[in-house]
Write a protein that binds this ligand. Structure first.
Ligand SMILES: *Cc1c(COP(=O)(O)O)cnc(C)c1O
Length: 434
């Protein structure tokens, strides 16, 4: 069912007005368009930074809503009533116990495992994309997803009253599937990997005239990730960190954190600093990490095979840009095995009380590997980006977390079980410390 939707009215002059090709610089109207007609390069949103500098201060931001929309002038929307479901302003937690375990002095976790409404960083990009989709007059929205994007698109489309049809690979985790179906979109489970889903969606986008958040709306969608940079700068007391570690799927989020930091510097909101950017991939899908290690400036696509399904993109659209940023900031790109990812999930949970999904386990395992290799200095203020929630990827971890002790509702039963557990723990501890 498709119904006409009302377009919101424009109240203030937005700082964004055009799309611009990242490769050749050709400019286009701010429509639903993502590829340059002349050179096939990706299109990006272009802003008038003078407008932003003249209207935005630390104080105006602090007085704004407690969501990504406090940075509205930096986002590609025109309406004064964006779709605000409380996305963003997630906690930046100082991770003292994890830092001590790893041998770092100042480590923070940016915790998007508790982002709203669907517990992943994707709520940021979708809030922006659907706000723009509504402005452009789309009544049906869609996406090609590795799981979290399907959850976000379905949920926020429901909130905004937009029709929704999303595409996922058929082998996703149960939590990701249920976490989409509950919002009652049309859900297409495609028998193939993400790269095949994406190719199919490009064809559907051409024939159906829908707003695909990560295809024809990609220039707007991807800008939402800048808020992960803005929030960290604001939450550190209007300062940039020394080093960040973030997961890489398409490579988009990584580049947008970089862009967010630079925009804040350019608009006088924080002082400039050489922030090092390090990226995390799963060994079973590590095309960007392989290129980095082999010193290549191009990506060789791979077939994904890893438990970190949400970041399993074999042919990453923004891979070369992520490579460039890691190189020019003196950062690194590293990958870890599936068992290391599970260890990373457990380590973060046991030291900081944060239950992340496999993508977050990848980030923590890479963080650990980089510290051990001397590639993160203990004195650097480091931020690790945790982008998704562990309740959505239970099958990846369920065999590695032990079992509850089942007892009778009697004191003796409890005492006996508790004594047994302590003995086992002691043996465990003695074995691991010899
Ligand atoms: C999509 C996703 C990413 C990475 O996104 P890109 O911008 O495509 O690199 C990271 N973590 C999680 C949990 C995701 O769902």
């Amino acid at each position: 069912m498709t119904q006409a939707i009302e377009r919101p009215t424009l109240t203030t002059k937005p700082a964004f007005h055009k799309l611009k090709c990242k490769e050749c610089g050709a400019e286009y109207e701010a429509e639903a368009k993502h590829v340059c007609d002349l050179c096939f390069g990706p299109l990006e949103v272009k802003y008038d930074y003078d407008v932003i500098r003249n209207t935005v201060t630390r104080e105006t931001i602090e007085a704004g809503p407690n969501s990504i929309w406090r940075y509205r002038q930096f986002l590609p929307v025109e309406s004064s009533d964006p779709i605000d479901v409380g996305t963003g302003m997630t906690p930046l937690v100082e991770a003292k116990r994890l830092a001590r375990r790893l041998g770092l002095k100042k480590l923070y976790i940016k915790n998007d495992a508790v982002n709203m409404p669907t517990l992943s960083f994707k709520d940021r990009v979708v809030s922006v994309a659907l706000t723009r989709a509504r402005e452009l007059g789309f009544s049906t929205v869609s996406c090609a997803s590795t799981g979290n994007l399907a959850n976000s698109t379905a949920a926020i489309a429901a909130h905004a009253g937009l029709d929704c049809c999303v595409f996922i690979p058929a082998d996703l985790e149960a939590g990701k599937v249920l976490g989409t179906l509950i919002y009652n979109p049309t859900l297409m489970a495609v028998k193939g990997n993400y790269d095949q889903v994406n190719r199919l969606c490009s064809e559907v986008a051409n024939t159906h005239g829908w707003g695909f958040v990560n295809i024809n709306l990609r220039p707007y969608y991807s800008e939402g990730s800048k808020t992960l940079g803005f929030e960290v700068a604001e939450q550190l007391g209007w300062e940039l960190p020394d080093h960040i570690v973030a997961p890489l799927a398409s490579g988009s989020l990584f580049g947008k954190i970089y862009k967010g930091f630079n925009e804040f510097v350019e608009c006088g909101l924080v002082e400039g600093k050489d922030v090092r950017f390090s990226g995390a991939q799963a060994e079973g899908c590590s095309p960007i990490s392989q290129a980095f290690k082999e010193g290549r400036d191009f990506i060789k696509p791979v077939k994904p095979n890893t438990i970190a399904k949400s970041i399993a993109i074999g042919n990453p659209a923004d891979g070369v840009y992520a490579l460039e940023i890691a190189k020019k900031t003196n950062g690194n790109i590293e990958d870890v095995t599936d068992p290391e990812i599970i260890e990373g999930m457990k380590l973060l949970a046991e030291t900081e009380g944060i239950f992340t999904e496999t993508a977050g386990g990848t980030t923590i395992a890479v963080l650990k590997k980089l510290v051990e290799a001397g590639k993160i200095d203990p004195d650097e203020t480091t931020v690790a980006y945790i982008t998704g929630n562990g309740l959505k990827t239970q099958e990846a971890i369920s065999a590695y977390v032990g079992e509850p002790l089942t007892i009778e509702p009697k004191l003796e039963s409890f005492e006996a079980a508790f004594e047994r557990a302590n003995t086992l723990n002691r043996l465990d501890w003695e074995q691991t410390t010899v």
